[in-house]
Write a protein that binds this ligand. Structure first.
Ligand code: ADP
Length: 193
């Protein structure tokens, strides 16, 4: 199962990806998580990406394409993967197709979680409250100002990715406003599982 999950920040991609990981036994590849790990480990990529991410802007295409290109070669991706947060620009979508072709692979599905933008800020606030209640810390970019920038980046750079896949008849859209279990059920139907 090689799947791309699309949707704005707060759409529920991470929540659904976790469930798909269990069902299909393939890893979730979140470029956001990978970049946060690079920031925490203070790798050269992490050191460069930190300020960009904290502000809510997009890290350069070359960096994330390189990360995914390498990661897909790992043994745990042999049966597939769920891409969460990648591709985020049309250039990344095109690079993904090229690198998969080079590896003799192709995507099985591209699914977008469609959500009402007004709900997203509330979901972000809830994520912050949940993290703190669990004794953890909120993400550095989960604050109203960075979130606004993330939504703008989504509208300008990532919404065209949905259109890109839709124009190739590769996109399936799912209502991301439904309760979590219903979204999961709709996702499974879309994947024919
Ligand atoms: P969100 O919850 O907003 O979807 P992520 O955890 O996926 O956020 O990503 C957090 C940040 O990491 C983004 O705001 C961006 O700076 C960076 N990032 C993640 N994936 C990509 C990507 N594919 N291209 C460019 N930047 C990315």
């Amino acid at each position: 199962m090689r799947l791309v999950l699309l949707g704005p920040p707060g759409a529920g991609k991470g929540t659904q990806a976790t469930r798909l990981v269990e069902k299909f036994g393939v890893p979730q590849l979140s470029t956001g998580d990978m970049l946060r790990a690079a920031v925490a480990a203070q790798t050269p990529i992490g050191l460069k990406a930190k300020a960009i991410m904290d502000a809510g802007q997009l890290v350069s295409d070359d960096v994330v394409i390189g990360i995914i290109d390498q990661r897909i070669d790992a043994a745990d991706c042999a049966k597939g993967f769920i891409l969460d947060g990648f591709p985020r620009t049309v250039a990344q979508a095109e690079a993904l197709r090229d690198l998969l072709t080079r590896k003799g692979l192709k995507l099985d599905a591209v699914v977008e979680l469609v959500v009402d933008e007004n709900a997203l800020v509330d979901r972000m606030r809830k994520r912050v409250a949940d993290a703190i209640a669990a004794g953890g810390q909120a993400r550095a970019d989960d604050n109203p100002e960075s979130f606004k920038t993330r939504l703008e980046a989504y509208r300008a750079q990532t919404a065209p990715v949905s259109d890109h896949y839709a124009s190739r008849s590769e996109l399936r859209r799912i209502d991301g406003m439904a309760p979590i279990d219903e979204v999961t059920a709709a996702l499974n139907r879309a994947l024919g599982a």
